[in-house]
Ligand binder design. Structure first.
Ligand code: SF4
Length: 404
């Protein structure tokens, strides 16, 4: 799968729009070896030249990635604590995740697995299967294996087939879920042969990461239609991203386009706290307001969810999920009444959430006159679930696996 990894490989209109500070940052990025720059020719062809173009923002590195972000976590989902074998994460009771590949068909600048995601490690080898198969064989409560990465569909068909067959042999009842962005970034990869292979390993469904209606190109719609025609259910996963899809109209257009393409809306995710991604973060209250606006419109929507920072698992985001605010962070209610901090905007920052020009809500919610925060104020007056002693610091581990 060909990736453009240098400025001179980009289409002329994108090349011409690159600013000197961006070019300088790209050179530094290469030297640091963090999340590399890489984009498929197909995805690059969907982008406009302006810095604010929602497709360009997703793949072209911004110097803002180097900004200090005190909220950032090296392991934003706390996956390390749930690792049961190399490449195997078991966090939720009935499903496990296999990091089958570290490669992607282009590198999203907001990637939450950026520590893992890079071309180097490649696709899982048969020699790495045994501990994974042993674990899955000993845990009948696991009913679905998420084949993730990176992006597993960057691997050759034969390697995918070998992995799927091994999983089936170990656990004939296991459902497979292929988590991928390839149908969006490189639809040509979904050849009739690959679609047949996926069909041969049913029960299998695909979760496609898609953030903007412009990503549903004709080629992408064609291959996703072919998957549906082969009886492969396709779910969507969208990340709420500043400057990409953080307005109701853009999200509504995306969800409409997904439904029209026959996809099932699944998750809209609040951004995880990965380093270098703060400029993509949408304030959580602003995200809720957007979601409620869409709900009022009566449209079909995915579930708005957040992975609790540091390993608390996914929760559905709604106002009741916020227990209060402390030290510049929303306190999110996790399993067992534990509280997980997620950054709130600093005092004095313009808040689109409550419409106040200058909002000091994050430090003084009681003083905020906006009805928007009535629920949060009410929550503050009640004793917090479990008390603040239950506040879970980032990266603290959770005991046991949880059901989503
Ligand atoms: S496709 Fe997924 S794993 Fe790969 S860079 Fe994008 S967000 Fe990260």
């Amino acid at each position: 799968m060909r990736l453009i990894t240098r400025i001179d490989g980009l289409p002329p209109h994108l090349r011409a729009g690159i600013r000197p500070e961006e070019a300088a940052y790209l050179a530094r990025l290469k030297a640091q070896g963090i999340l590399p720059f890489g984009v498929t020719p197909h995805f690059a062809s969907l982008a406009g030249a302006e810095q604010g173009d929602p497709i360009r923002r997703q793949f072209f590195p911004s110097p803002k990635e180097a900004d200090k972000d005190p909220a950032a976590l090296s392991d934003p989902l706390g996956e390390r604590a749930h690792q049961k074998a190399p490449r195997l994460i078991h966090q939720y009771r009935d499903r496990a995740l296999i990091r089958a590949s570290s490669r992607c068909a282009g590198y999203c600048r907001y990637c939450f697995r950026r520590i893992w995601t890079r071309p180097g490690r490649g696709f899982i080898l048969p020699a790495e299967f045994p501990p994974i198969l042993r674990y899955l064989g000993s845990r009948p409560e696991i009913t679905e294996a998420l084949i993730s990465g990176g992006d597993p569909l960057t691997a050759p068909d034969a390697a995918l087939d070998t992995l799927f067959r091994a999983l089936r042999r170990a656990r004939p009842d296991l459902r497979l879920r292929v988590c991928t962005r390839v149908p969006v970034t490189c639809p040509q990869r979904l050849s009739p042969g690959l679609i047949q292979l996926l069909k041969d390993h049913k029960p299998l469904r695909m979760a496609v990461h898609i953030n903007h209606s412009r990503e549903l190109s004709r080629e992408t719609r064609d291959v996703l239609g072919a998957c549906a025609g082969a009886g492969i259910p396709v779910l969507t996963q969208t990340v709420l991203l500043r400057g990409v899809n953080d307005d109701a109209e853009t999200l509504a257009r995306l969800f409409d386009a997904c439904l029209a393409a026959g996809l099932s809306l699944y998750y809209l995710f609040q951004l995880d706290l990965a380093p270098g991604t703060g400029h993509f973060r949408v304030d959580l209250m602003e995200g809720l307001r957007l979601y409620e606006q869409l709900e009022r419109g009566g449209a079909a929507l995915p579930v708005y969810a957040v992975d609790l920072p540091g390993g608390g698992g996914k929760i559905r985001l709604c106002r009741d999920a916020i227990a209060g605010i402390q030290g510049g962070a929303y306190l999110l209610k996790g399993p067992g009444g534990r509280l997980y901090p997620y950054p709130a905007p600093p005092a004095g920052v313009l808040s689109a959430s409550c419409g106040e020009r200058v909002c000091s809500f994050s430090h003084n919610p009681e003083g905020c006159a906006s009805a928007e925060f009535a629920n949060v104020r009410a929550q503050r007056r009640k004793p917090l679930v479990g008390g603040l002693g239950e506040l879970v610091p980032p990266n603290s581990s959770q005991r046991g696996a949880k059901r989503r």
